[in-house]
Ligand binder design. Structure first.
Ligand SMILES: C[S@@+](CC[C@H](N)C(=O)[O-])C[C@H]1O[C@@H](n2cnc3c(N)ncnc32)[C@H](O)[C@@H]1O
Length: 487
């Protein structure tokens, strides 16, 4: 990939208004949704007008041959050169795409990402080569939504692929290092950095995980590593298979990250992990976390081995192949031999705080959360700092604005059986509350100290003030840690 072509390609894409919103408008909801299901016919029907935007959509998104004249009109003076670079292929009077190039929008920017073509459109072959470079996947978006977006000095994207995380990081990091072992990924990541005009910020380095950054530290590490857990069959799709046994790739990153984080720095990992038979998942993952590091591990989904094997055999385009059952059997027996009960999917957030008694919280949280979830992760970090600094009776606290009270009980009775405090935002945590907790949270508006509120409640409820304080101060710390109250 000739990075010198990138600025001219960017100009052409801009001139054609090849942006996420314009493409979504052109396709309309149904064709757009059909394309997300890998079906192109509704999109083809919407793009017959011959405008440059329609040509680019047909060429790259719908993988349709377009007339050479139309391609020239959409990519003036570039078709030959893009063909030499491997992005396009020309035949008599027609042009097809050899790589995918699509617009991508974040809150505040228009980006373009070049990657390998999406396999399996319209039921076509879904098999890809071992060095396939994924475009923007559900996993990429999930990590992008998890990644903290506060400005930082240095950031690291491990396993950059087409470079999508690095493009995000370049918006709020002084310098980004992106690593990969796939030469095609490295070339595409460099091209995408140039296409989006961030080469001055993004440095793409060849090498395995942390090897190319030995001795360097970062404020933020974001990674969507090749985390698929499979027996080593000798075949490796580098975008998803690390070549390491079991879930070692995720464990190794968690264990190595502390040597690459600046004080206060975060490492955020999207991953899969093994849930062993007869061992709680959280005990195993907690054992990976080095002392001096806070950790918030969120298990979003648990998948049984059979569903897992099906998912990834289908992803590799093996469903329906003559050896499908054999592969399925091998993979499943291997899970059995390894004592693997299930596979967890989720997020690992690690922070180098140096706390003597770090907060290591592992939660099973399959519930709907507010996306992007990153602000809730940042709030978790802030709440942890507040609790570590010490919350005592003299604290002036505020109830978080989005916390509401739900009551449950028989209709018409005066006192509800259960009161639940529920956050409307972020993780949307909920907890049951007794009379004191509900009244305390309700009264926390920054005017009175916790001691004053608890004292007044004790009086009101005819309880012993000291006993109420002793019982509820730890609860107040929990309420701060979990984001119901803040200082
Ligand atoms: C799941 S893809 C993630 C791509 C991209 N970061 C994203 O979020 O969409 C994993 C990436 O890790 C790369 N990879 C595989 N083994 C690696 C290794 N040992 N060191 C660094 N990267 C590796 C693959 O080539 C691939 O680009």
């Amino acid at each position: 990939m000739d990075v010198h072509l990138a600025p001219r390609l960017r100009d052409a894409l801009q001139a054609a208004d090849f942006t996420y919103d314009a493409v979504a408008d052109l396709l309309g909801t149904r064709a757009h949704e059909a394309l997300a299901r890998n079906e192109t016919v509704p999109g083809r029907r919407r793009t017959r007008g011959g405008t440059p935007l329609e040509t680019l959509v047909r060429l790259f998104l719908l993988q349709t041959a377009v007339d050479l004249d139309a391609a020239e009109a959409a990519l003036p003076g570039l078709v030959d050169r893009l063909a030499v670079a491997g992005l396009l292929e020309m035949s008599v009077g027609e042009v097809v795409a050899r790589l995918d190039c699509r617009p991508y929008a974040t809150d505040d920017q228009h980006l373009w990402v070049v990657s390998d073509l999406t396999p399996g459109l319209d039921g076509g072959p879904a098999r890809v080569g071992p060095d396939h470079v994924l475009g923007i996947s559900a996993a990429s978006s999930s990590l992008a939504q998890l990644t903290l977006r506060e400005p930082v000095g240095t950031a690291l994207d491990l396993g950059t692929g087409c470079g999508v995380q690095a493009l995000h990081l370049a918006r709020h990091s002084g310098r980004v290092v992106a690593t990969d072992v796939n030469a095609r990924a490295l070339a595409l990541a460099r091209f995408n950095a140039a296409l989006n005009d961030v080469t001055h910020r993004v440095e793409v380095r060849d090498g395995s995980f942390f090897e190319p950054v030995a001795g360097e530290r970062f404020d933020l590490i974001a990674t969507n590593p090749p985390f698929v857990i499979s027996p080593a069959t000798g075949e490796r799709l580098v975008y998803r298979d690390s070549g390491l046994p079991g879930d070692r790739v995720v464990e190794d990153i968690v264990c190595a990250a502390p040597r690459h984080l600046n004080p206060g720095g975060w490492c955020q990992i999207l991953g899969n992990w093994i849930i062993e038979r007869d061992r709680p998942w959280d005990e195993r993952l907690a054992s990976w976390v080095e002392p001096g590091h806070d950790a918030l591990v969120v298990q979003r989904e648990v998948v049984d081995p059979a569903s897992y094997v099906e998912l990834w055999l289908k992803d590799a385009g093996r469903h329906g192949a003559s050896d499908y059952r054999e592969r399925y059997e091998t993979w499943l027996s291997w899970f059995d031999e390894q004592g693997i009960e299930a596979i967890g999917f989720g997020w690992i957030n690690l922070r180098a705080t140096g706390h003597e008694q770090p907060r290591v919280e592992l939660i099973e949280w399959p519930y709907d959360v507010e996306q992007p979830i990153a602000p809730a992760i940042a709030a978790w970090g802030e709440a942890t700092e507040a609790v570590q600094a010490g919350i005592d009776g003299g604290a002036y606290l505020h109830a978080r604005e989005d916390v509401v009270q739900e009551t449950y009980g028989a209709i018409g009775v005066e006192d509800p059986e259960t009161v639940v405090l529920r956050q409307q935002r972020g993780f949307r945590r909920a907890r049951t509350a007794d009379t004191v907790v509900a009244a305390l949270v309700g009264a926390c508006d920054g005017d009175l100290t916790v001691d004053q509120i608890l004292g007044a409640l004790a009086e009101l409820l005819d309880l012993d003030g000291d006993a109420v304080r002793a019982e509820y101060l730890p609860v107040v710390r929990e309420l701060v840690a979990d984001g119901f109250l803040s200082d």
